[in-house]
Design a protein around this ligand. Structure first.
Ligand code: HEM
Length: 472
């Protein structure tokens, strides 16, 4: 079988056109309780049916027939159908939480919006954020008191929040300095985080009933409060009356774009919604990734040793290095590979669900119009066709000489036109964080951890590590 899917391999059936003879449909009869089983433990769900049916099978998650895809050719078909034979179709509650200004809505505006937003999160502007990222992480790590028994995820999350709020919104909130909350409708970081938590809980609320009694209803209210907060941040920025430096942070980039072209893409509503969404995505995803990475490093001492060696080769062994530059981060190939192996073995989430707007045939399988398709890293990442000995934690597989982790086989950030816009930022923040942690601390696990499984896989809040500051 070929490994890549050319556009001409996918036969798109026009309305009324019959499929060719000799085709099959994906196996497995969808079951009414698939949603509950999937949400309870997506890893287990995917492993079980991969074993029973192979990498393509039917389910009935989120109320409709959804075909799970694990093999690279089918994944490529799903990722590249936008505007041709697919559209994003997440559950109705999720779509409401994202709202009309997210990149998952309005396929007609997607390309224009995405390319307008990208400069604030990628490339040279992202490189320019590096001193700030270093600075906040160093200060945050100084507050880790050791030796101690420390809850890992909350400790990481606190620092990530302080890194990301200035990068995305251009504000540094400090609970000890009320002036930082001036003009804003909240008085503490905890209040803002609590709103985000309620908002996030609403994403996969099962009932679209707008009431304080449902997760969905509370999520919608939290969303409105978060937008009010973002609106206040924007007003405060304008009231400061200073020139806007478009490379200072994500909000400045959008405000500068608006100033340049007042009737263009950057309406106030789009700006406020994007602040809300990107702070949400980055905060949860990056905190989850960093804590999973620290967990995996602690499990494999030989990996830790190689990471330390790489750091020593780059910056020496004084253990007191202050500022990792973008160039140094690029040279950390083994750390890069370890982050990728963490994303492979503990992928934080599935990709966005796409609905087929037309029937398509690929490799003799008919994917019928109206069905949804979902590329699942939890299947793709454990297939021996994609990864040698997939059960083994081996960062080396991502080094150039092994070259595993090809496009459509390694998919923690999705792919195609909807590929994650924050992947570069996520990796950059994770690298800086990991580099400082490797220099400053030794840590050990305390027993088998439990993970929150859905919607994002992350260590549970109460999982502790033993941590001790290294002597330089
Ligand atoms: C570990 C970190 C992260 C992971 C694993 C992750 C994962 C994903 C996934 C799976 C998708 C769906 C892609 C698809 O369906 O093809 C996505 C989309 C997206 N992510 Fe991320 N993400 C991460 C960090 C971030 C960050 C830091 C930001 C922003 C600062 C961000 C912004 C976005 C946006 C805007 C989209 C929608 C792109 C589109 O529709 O064109 N993500 N991400």
């Amino acid at each position: 079988m070929q490994n890549t899917t050319n556009t001409e391999d996918v036969l798109v059936l026009e309305p009324g056109q019959s499929p060719p003879m000799e085709i099959t449909t994906p196996p497995r009869r969808p079951k009414w309780d698939d949603t509950f089983k999937y949400m309870a433990n997506p890893d287990q769900f995917c492993r079980r049916y991969l074993q029973e049916y192979g990498p393509i099978f039917n389910t009935k998650v989120f109320g409709r027939t959804t075909i799970f895809l694990g093999c690279s050719r089918a994944i490529q078909m799903a990722f590249n159908g936008d505007l041709k034979y697919t559209e994003i179709a997440l559950p109705a509650t999720t779509m409401d939480m994202f709202g009309e200004y997210s990149l998952f809505q309005r396929p007609d505006l997607h390309r224009q919006r995405k390319s307008a937003l990208a400069p604030g999160l990628t490339g040279r502007v992202l490189d320019g954020y590096t001193p700030h990222i270093n600075d906040v992480i160093i200060r945050g790590l100084q507050n880790w008191s050791t030796p101690s028994h420390m809850a890992l995820y909350p400790a990481v999350e606190q620092i990530c929040f302080d890194v990301l709020t200035p990068l995305l919104l251009g504000v540094s909130l400090d609970d000890h300095d009320p002036a930082t909350f001036q003009g804003l409708p909240i008085t503490s970081k905890a209040e803002l985080k609590a709103l985000y938590k309620t908002y996030f809980d609403g994403f996969y609320g099962l009932f679209k009933w707008q009431s304080r009694l449902t997760k969905y209803g509370r999520g919608i209210l939290a969303r409105a409060a978060l937008l009010e907060f973002m609106g206040a941040v924007v007003r405060r920025r304008r009231a400061e009356g200073q020139d806007i430096n478009p490379t200072a942070d994500f909000l400045s980039m959008m405000l500068a774009g608006q100033e340049e072209n007042p009737d263009g893409i950057f309406s106030d509503a789009l700006i406020e919604n994007q602040c809300l969404l990107q702070l949400w995505a980055s905060h949860y995803e990056i905190s989850g990734l960093i804590s999973s990475l620290m967990y995996q490093i602690a499990r494999y001492p030989q990996v830790l040793q190689k990471l330390r060696q790489e750091q020593a080769n780059l910056v020496g062994e004084n253990g007191n290095f202050q500022m990792f530059s973008p160039e140094q981060l690029k040279q950390m190939v083994f750390l890069d590979a370890t982050i990728k192996e963490t994303l492979r073995t503990l992928p934080p989430s599935a990709t966005a669900i796409r609905q087929l707007t037309k029937s398509v045939v690929l490799d003799g399988v008919l994917y019928e119009q109206g069905c949804a398709v979902m590329a699942e890293p939890r299947i793709a990442h454990i297939m021996p066709e994609h990864f040698h000995e997939p059960e083994v934690f081996a960062p080396e597989r991502f080094l150039p000489e092994r070259g595993e982790g090809k496009m459509y086989e390694f998919i923690p950030f999705g792919g195609g036109v909807h590929a994650c816009l924050g992947a570069q930022m996520a990796i950059a923040v994770t690298k800086v964080f990991a580099s400082h942690v490797l220099q400053a601390f030794d840590w050990n696990l305390t027993g088998e951890p439990k993970f929150v499984q859905f919607p994002l896989k992350k260590l549970k809040d109460d999982y502790c590590i033993e941590i001790v500051r290294r002597v330089p």
